[in-house]
Design a protein around this ligand. Structure first.
Ligand code: RIB
Ligand code: CA
Length: 309
């Protein structure tokens, strides 16, 4: 039986890779896609998710929009310079018209999916983790129906939005702190420390582009993101951050994790959004993914995407 999962996302170019990876992987059944503000505003992340579902012929997957704002303080910045103004590298309009979201909020859809599932569900947030924090707050009784949370976010080392904060954590530090410090649901955190070691280079992108029309369109979506990486880092490669997290949900154990309590800086100072590894015993351990066979990770992601043609 395939493992039930939900992807909570802010597409986002690497989110697009991750969503298509999930839909291409028979080991999992995508029970819903929920959206959150992040790379671009909620309206765009939701439309983009709907376009990606249509692009993959998956109008059967329920879609619901979630939080438009962080829990406490305003989002300090979007990521348009990385993902384009439309969130998909300026190529959103080239994708099919979007699958329409249900009119209900994401937390309600998430709760329904958890209640209806015959097995515990893996939640895979790959943006700001606001919706998951809200779910745990509004429906604490559903925690036992969550297998685990696999979050692309955080960094034990340098950040990518400030010197110390990773974008998803920086968008909503209070939500990240709430989820990372609770002990009702196991959490696997997939941080920059690992995802930046999985750069998809020219050969990977070219192979994706040659795999068929759906993959070619995804390669087009990546073009803007690739130019941004070249400009910022001087490399011809892109970090498929979110797809690394989804691959862990698809193939548990692909990433090698270290148990570490993690605290999140929630003050308004310069370190806001930093995810800090804490001393053993100082809080519930988060499984922090710090190592993997990165070549195998990239090859596995590509091989699965190719199945979409
Ligand atoms: O820091 C990388 C994360 O921020 C990814 O989820 C990317 O999509 C952006 O949201
Ligand atoms: Ca994302």
């Amino acid at each position: 039986m395939s493992r039930p999962i939900v992807v909570d996302t802010d597409p986002g170019v690497d989110d697009a890779v991750a969503i298509m990876l999930a839909l291409a992987s028979p080991e999992v059944e995508v029970r819903a896609i929920t959206t959150v503000f992040g790379n671009v505003a909620l309206e765009s992340t939701t439309t983009n998710a709907g376009r990606l579902l249509a692009h993959c012929g998956r109008a059967d997957v329920p879609l619901a929009a979630g939080a438009a704002r962080p829990l406490v303080h305003p989002q300090r910045e979007l990521a348009r310079e990385w993902h384009g103004d439309d969130g998909l590298g300026g190529r959103a309009a080239a994708l099919p018209d979007p699958v329409a979201p249900s009119g209900r909020p994401a937390v309600e859809l998430l709760a329904d999916v958890l209640r209806a599932s015959e097995a515990p569900v893996t939640l895979v947030p790959i943006g700001p983790i606001t919706n998951v924090a809200l779910l745990l707050a509004v429906y604490p009784e559903l925690a036992p129906r969550i297998e685990r949370i696999v979050w692309m976010g955080g960094s034990l080392g340098a950040g990518n939005t400030s010197g110390v904060a990773e974008f998803n954590a920086h968008c909503d530090p209070e939500a990240a702190h709430r989820v990372l410090t609770q002990d009702d649901v196991p959490v696997t955190m997939v941080p920059l420390d690992l995802t930046l070691r999985c750069p998809a280079g020219p050969e990977w992108i070219d192979a994706l582009a040659a795999a068929g029309p759906r993959c070619a369109a995804l390669a087009e979506v990546i073009t803007h993101y690739r130019a941004a990486f070249r400009e910022r880092y001087g490399i011809d490669a892109v970090a498929v951050h979110d797809a690394v997290a989804v691959l862990e949900a698809v193939l548990p154990g692909t990433l090698r994790t270290t148990p570490r309590p993690v605290s999140v800086a929630c003050d308004l100072g310069p370190a806001r959004g930093a995810t800090v590894g804490m001393p053993e015993g100082s809080g519930p351990p988060v499984q922090v993914a710090l190592d993997a066979d990165t070549d195998a990770v990239l090859a596995e992601i590509l091989e699965r995407l190719r199945r979409l043609g």
